[in-house]
Design a protein around this ligand. Structure first.
Ligand code: PHE
Ligand code: FE
Length: 296
């Protein structure tokens, strides 16, 4: 599955006819975006950028500017790719939505980041159940400009292909790592705690909550601790894990995970909000407002 994707058919969408490739890749139908689509991008972009200065990691903000993403229009993937490819060898590919796990891992391993081509409706600015263009592009793509993070994402993809070949349990453990780093990670910067996870940077409410609320736990990064921790898909996180640097993340995830998966197979998982005895606790959450049904 390492070859260039093969175009297999044209499908008709409300944006016109678009080609679909064997791997689920789709050409960004840029001319088909409506003024409303561009408005949604502009509103979300401006709102988040304003909020994220002083909240998102400096590396995220610098990278986003360097890419040439602007609020005025939905960016063209081809324009961003020219910059991104030159910086770290990554490229964006358009997709309709979530991909089968193995396809997703294979894309990452080959430095292709799948971005959903469509954007949410104006009545979904605050919350959307599945990833859209704003989450994928605004949230995930900027850090792919940063060499160490770019390498981490590709290593994750290779690790995913490997875990997929081990057993479903290995995948569960690996997915938690993605969740608590790529999607919901915090980073300790010299001048304070900052956000780098895309699930947070693309959400107004969670950008504030993750840093400023008393409710959630904030705990120092620990690979196996994270792999054992359940998470929430329908509410803000109960626990956020904090890295000191992307280099720390890269180093901690460098070793072969195979023996770790074997060891963890016999160990119970932790509820999302439960602190553990060896945690490096940065903030003990008050637990206020936490949902009480089971975590994922
Ligand atoms: N070292 C991991 C493994 O052997 C691969 C990996 C790297 C996974 C970085 C996640 C992040 O499976
Ligand atoms: Fe995401």
């Amino acid at each position: 599955m390492n070859s260039t994707p093969r175009r297999v058919e044209n499908i008709v969408t409300d944006k016109g006819k678009v080609p679909v490739y064997a791997t689920g890749i789709i050409d960004q139908p840029w001319e088909g975006y409506s003024e409303t689509d561009h408005d949604v991008w502009r509103m979300l972009y401006q709102r988040q950028r304003e909020l994220l200065v002083g909240r998102a990691s400096d590396e995220f903000l610098v990278a986003q500017d360097a890419m040439g993403m602007t609020p005025d229009r939905i960016p063209k993937f081809a324009d961003l790719n020219a910059v991104l490819k030159a910086a770290t060898g990554w490229e964006i590919i358009g997709v309709e939505g979530l991909l089968p796990e193995l396809d997703f891992f294979d894309h990452l391993a080959n430095r292709r980041f799948p971005v959903t081509w469509w954007i949410r409706r104006p009545d979904q600015l605050d919350y959307i159940e599945e990833p859209d263009l704003f989450h994928d592009l605004f949230g995930h793509v900027p850090l792919l400009m940063v060499p160490v993070f770019a390498d981490y994402m590709a290593a994750y993809g290779r690790g995913g292909v490997k875990a997929h070949g081990i057993n479903p349990d290995a995948l569960v453990h690996l997915t938690r790592l993605y969740w608590y780093t790529v999607e919901f990670g915090l980073i300790q910067q010299k001048d304070g705690l900052r956000i780098y996870g895309s699930g947070i940077v693309s959400s107004k409410g969670e950008s504030i909550y993750s840093l400023e609320s008393d409710s959630p736990n904030r705990v120092g990064f620990d690979l196996e601790r994270i792999m054992r921790t359940r998470y929430r898909i329908d509410s803000y996180q109960k626990t956020y894990f904090v890295i000191d640097s992307f280099e720390q993340l890269m180093e901690a995830t460098g070793p072969d995970f195979t023996p770790i998966y074997e060891r963890l197979a016999d160990l119970p998982s932790f509820p999302a909000g439960e602190l553990q005895a060896d945690d490096r606790v940065i903030h003990r959450g008050s637990g206020e407002g936490w949902p009480t049904d089971a975590d994922t």
